[in-house]
Design a protein around this ligand. Structure first.
Ligand code: ADP
Length: 458
């Protein structure tokens, strides 16, 4: 990447440098040409005015030549040199493109390389107007060395090269610093992703900036944190489930062991087998919960028009024997028939779950435990409430109970509480209701009871 940046910068600097040097050379050349054409015209005028006094003309030409730092020649129309400020070519015949052009009446210029030296030739015609026509009587040829101009340009090139090298070094340093600023967090992110992929969930990258990359790092950290939480939950869940499965398995093994030792009466067998049956039932329920929660992930609802009253009535009747056994009074306040669109079996499961919890979490210190299931048809929704006066839930735990967490189960294990649960019931309830676009909320106070409210939009 750095090589590409460097190449781009070098190319840009070179193009810029060549442009500047060429422009500078053009401007300087044009200036020299203009100046020499002016001098040539003055020389031509001086010659015309003093044709009879060639000595004076030579003297003037010498002084113009000195001023211009150039060689000045005056030629007649036969290309014979009349005046040469260097004297060497007087009376010699000269011929070149510029002289020929001037004798045809045109001013012209050209650059030639003579003895490895660049020389600029310019020439102008000397004309005389005798009243009838304009006659060309000769030409002025000025030749000047381009050495000093070329030296200036070389000096400019050297300076430009020095500036370019300095600018290139500074730009590369800036590019390196900035590209490092961009690539460093990306390298950190890549490292973080590699860490996650090798199982280091929860890996955290320090966020040092507030821009897009900073936000990307923040999202990475959030994702990493969530993945870690999910992984922790999964481990806790597996631990809890293993614990829950091991307990009945241990008691079944102990019961069978004691049956295998010695002679037991048929009543003992019956009693022990009854216990084995209960433990097996417990395991069956747990496995049932697990399967349901897994199946819910890709559940497809069978939505039909159903009577809400009859669903609630069935759920209450189904739970009535359990409520009686637990000495909990269960009531259902039904209203007129309300038809709703839902998956009947799933919604019945939801109500059974809520009623089951209300019975399960009854307050054994009270002698009038109750569960009231009520239905209210409001303007734009139907509200179903399941109210109990059981143990209630503390405010700090309220927000967690719908999460597929197994917290309460853990609590049960740690504190050795009697009430058995797998912490999945309400998560399943919420999942089913979400899929119906219904909502559930809870209001609860410890030792006073809980109210679960389901809102069905109409
Ligand atoms: P569990 O299998 O533990 O009952 P749930 O998901 O059904 O799992 O409920 C989660 C937790 O919410 C329970 O462990 C319990 O502490 C609390 N809870 C649910 N319903 C009630 C209720 N009616 N009264 C008091 N606590 C409740």
């Amino acid at each position: 990447m750095l090589i590409v940046y460097s190449l781009i910068l070098i190319l840009a600097f070179s193009a810029f440098g060549i442009l500047i040097v060429n422009n500078y050379k053009d401007i300087r050349m044009r200036n020299v040409e203009v100046r020499l054409f002016q001098t040539a015209n003055i020389v031509a005028d001086t010659y015309k005015a003093n044709m009879e006094d060639i000595i004076y003309t030579r003297f003037m030409v010498k002084s113009y030549g000195q001023q211009a730092g150039s060689r000045i020649l005056i030629l007649d129309k036969n290309k014979n040199v009349l005046v040469d400020n260097y004297n060497a070519l007087i009376n010699k015949t000269l011929d070149n493109r510029e002289i020929r052009n001037s004798l045809k009446g045109n001013s012209s210029s050209g650059i030639y390389t003579i003895n490895n030296e660049e020389v600029l030739h310019i020439s102008v015609p000397i004309t005389r107007n005798d009243g009838l026509e304009i006659q060309i009587i000769g030409a002025v040829l000025i030749s000047t060395s381009m050495d000093s101009l070329n030296l200036d340009i070389q000096t400019l090139k050297d300076s430009m090269l020095k500036i370019a090298i300095a600018a290139l070094t500074i730009s590369l340093a800036v590019v390196i610093i900035f590209s490092n600023r961009i690539t460093k967090p990306l390298r950190e992110l890549t490292y973080g992703v590699e860490k996650l992929s090798t199982g280091d969930l929860g890996f955290h990258i320090d966020r040092k900036r507030d821009d897009e990359i900073g936000r990307l790092i923040q999202s990475f950290n959030d994702m990493s944190h969530k993945l870690n939480t999910i992984e922790q939950n999964r481990k806790t869940f597996i631990n809890s489930i293993s614990h829950e499965l091991r307990t009945p398995l241990t008691s079944i093994k102990a019961l069978i062991d004691s049956l295998l030792i010695g002679d037991n009466s048929i009543d003992t067998y019956r009693e022990y087998l009854g216990d084995v049956y209960n433990e097996t039932e417990r395991m069956e329920r747990l496995v049932g919960y697990l399967t349901t929660s897994i199946r819910l992930e890709d559940m497809i609802l069978d939505i039909k028009a159903c009577e809400l009253n009859s669903i609630l009535d069935e759920a209450v009747k189904l739970m009535a024997p359990y409520a009686k056994k637990m000495e909990v009074d269960i009531k259902f306040k039904s209203t007129e028939d309300i038809v709703i669109m839902c998956d009947r079996d799933r919604i019945k499961e939801v109500f059974i779950n809520l009623i089951d919890n209300s019975i399960k979490y009854r307050d054994e210190q009270k002698d009038n435990n109750y569960v009231i299931v009520a239905l209210k048809n409001c303007k734009d929704h139907i509200a179903v409430t399941v109210r109990d006066n059981g143990l209630g839930i503390s405010r700090s735990e309220l927000s967690n109970i719908f999460q597929g967490g197994f917290r309460i189960l853990d609590k049960g294990i740690i504190k050795g509480e009697n009430i058995k649960g797998y912490g999945i019931g309400l998560a399943i309830v919420k999942n089913v209701l979400d899929k119906h676009n219904w909502t559930i909320s809870v209001d609860s106070l410890p030792k006073q009871g809980s109210v679960f409210t389901i809102i069905i939009p109409t």
